[in-house]
Design a binder for this molecule. Structure first.
Ligand code: BGC
Length: 577
């Protein structure tokens, strides 16, 4: 039986709705930031329904401080006439990645490479717990996009280009986050971004998708169906347009398909400043229930919707539908009974038990693309190892975007272990570090060369966007690291840290072993455990791997595959030693 059939909850929702004024209803639909000027006052005076935390300022220093900040806001909400509790939402997309000291897992692309649904469920249940420990009851994850153009800057946020694999891991992910939902260690999950985010022409973030609605349904809807079957609490609408129509205003897909045909009874949440950016009241009429009314949008949104109802351009029944969905989830989460986070959870943040699961995920996500003359696993007789590349010694670089900051960090962060630290710990050989391949350690038996992309999120990661000069190839510096050591006859093991497949055909050719390690999070030691043979490789490519830049002309991906293009490695490829 679907939870929505919980008659008692429905009765409570209806009873509460009857008591609400229009202002209180619009308040429930409003989401603001916790550091918004006068947030505390807005919660009581504007009847705010939810709070978002993403990029700082942080709510405090320690996890307990974070909880305290949210307890204070929650008490304000409970002091209002109807005492409706707040939802607290966070972009915890690979662990509670906004809190330094939390366990950071590989990004979804790495989880796609593990293909391990049990592991993904464990990961998201840990993320739920660590999110609750910092005061949140709602996460904006998982991203269930099916990317088909690697130029898109968010490829790594999604599991795979394979629909089946995405469905399987979506199911696991929602299960892990939500558990029984009313448990104080679980959170409400959000499937995003509905729909077509990863299918825009040329991989442009927020661009236009020229697929027809029929194609969208056939190719991209499956993971949403899975998420809805798992009773996911929320779905976030996407920045992209679909044949010119903004997804935020796409009534046919949001109301008719998602809420109607698919029977989704949870919350449709807008994306960042959705109201002012994508058509104001039109998006409410299309079926958006909660608005991220951030950075100055609140007043326009609240006034605009009120005017809409008063002038009959928004039906009151639409507002009631939105509020019912919000209240329903608040009851399901048990917030009316337990509105506050559990202080006892704080001691669980970043504990070894959690880090061990993250390390397992790193090990299982590594994909071995080449292993000439069985250079791996590294022999115990190895005398000297030289480790090269700034990515080898930076937990920030190895973790990618959405790590501490929206755009990630290049620095080391608390609790994390770098790839180099892991190698030093596991090696019986002498290990030297030659950050930029200038120290000529050509007497080494093995060169472990760690290269890749610098962190990015959203359009900052789009190839071809004016915000950056990113390419689908390695930088010249990184190409040089590999060239210098391989030309000197040192056996080279290349570890590629990236959010997507890159064009590395000639680097693969000249190296002895080549590993795709994606964006692995806080547990760099997992790499060494596989290099030194404690565990074999398990990862399989979650994306087909392109040979050349030419492959990116127009669209790229399995469903849209131009049969004349052969990938260098197909989807599912991955060696063992
Ligand atoms: C992103 C979403 C994210 C939201 C809130 C947006 O820019 O597209 O994925 O959840 O910000 O931070």
């Amino acid at each position: 039986m679907k939870v929505s059939n919980d008659v008692q909850i429905e009765q409570k929702v209806d009873a509460l709705l009857k008591l609400m004024t229009l202002e209180e209803k619009i308040g429930q639909m409003s989401q603001i930031r916790h550091f918004e000027v006068a947030a505390d006052v807005l919660v009581t005076e504007k009847f705010i329904g939810s709070i978002i935390h993403t990029q700082g300022p942080n709510p405090g220093k320690t996890a307990l401080d974070w909880q305290k900040r949210f307890v204070k806001l929650q008490k304000k909400a409970l002091s209002t006439r109807l005492g409706i509790p707040l939802l607290f939402a966070v972009d915890a997309v690979h662990g509670q990645n906004t809190f330094e000291g939390a366990t950071i897992f590989p990004h979804n692309i790495g989880l796609g490479a593990t293909g391990n649904e049990k592991l993904v469920e464990e990961i998201t249940s840990i993320t739920a717990l660590e999110s609750q420990a910092t005061g949140f009851n709602w996460v904006f994850s998982p991203c269930v996009a099916i990317p088909f153009n690697e130029k898109w800057g968010r490829v790594y946020e999604a599991f795979s280009e394979s629909t089946e694999l995405t469905e399987k891991l979506t199911r696991a992910s929602v299960k892990g986050y939500q558990g029984s939902l009313s448990d104080s260690k679980t959170v409400m999950a959000t499937a995003k971004h509905f729909i077509g985010d990863g299918a825009t022409d040329f991989g442009v973030e927020g661009g236009n998708t020229s697929l027809s609605s029929k194609e969208i349904k056939e190719r991209l809807l499956a993971p949403y169906r899975t998420a809805v079957k798992e009773n996911i609490g929320a779905v976030m609408v996407s920045f992209n347009t679909l044949s010119g129509i903004s997804m935020h205003a796409h009534k046919a897909l949001i109301t008719d398909t998602l809420k109607g045909e698919m029977d989704f009874d949870g919350i449709v949440v807008s994306d960042w400043k959705g109201y002012s950016r994508f058509g104001e009241n039109e998006i409410i009429n299309a079926g958006v229930d909660i608005i991220m009314a951030v950075d100055g949008d609140l007043e326009d949104f609240q006034k605009g919707v009120k005017r809409g109802v008063e002038t009959d351009t928004i039906a009151l029944s639409r507002i009631d539908d939105a509020v019912k969905r919000i209240l329903r989830q608040k009851f399901r989460l048990g917030l009316f009974k337990n509105p506050f986070p559990d202080a006892a959870l704080v001691s669980k943040i970043g504990v070894n038990e959690h880090r061990n699961i993250a390390k397992q995920a790193v090990r299982e996500s590594l994909v071995l693309l080449k292993n000439k003359n069985k250079v791996l696993p590294l022999s115990k007789d190895t005398k000297k190892i030289v480790v090269i590349g700034e990515h080898a010694n930076s937990s920030g670089l190895q973790s990618g975007g959405w790590t501490l900051n929206w755009q990630g960090t290049k620095d080391n962060y608390k609790g994390a272990t770098t790839i180099l630290e892991g190698i030093e710990k596991h090696s019986t050989a002498t290990v030297v570090y030659d950050k930029d391949a200038t120290q000529n350690h050509f007497d080494a038996d093995i060169a472990i060369i760690v290269v890749g992309e610098t962190p990015y999120a959203e359009f900052f990661g789009d190839i071809g966007h004016e915000s950056n000069t990113r390419k689908l190839t390695l930088t010249e510096e990184h190409q040089k690291y590999i060239k210098i050591y391989s030309e000197k006859g040192v056996k080279t093991v290349v570890v590629l840290v990236s959010g997507r497949p890159l064009i590395v055909t000639s680097q693969i050719e000249i190296s002895d072993a080549f590993i795709a390690s994606w964006l692995l999070g806080s547990e760099g030691e997992g790499v060494a455990e596989v290099l030194f043979g404690d565990f074999n490789f398990k990862g399989k490519l979650p994306h087909s791997w392109p040979t050349s830049i030419e492959d990116y002309k127009g669209k790229y991906g399995p469903n849209f595959w131009d049969n004349s293009i052969k990938p260098l490695y197909p989807l599912g490829y991955g060696l063992k030693y």
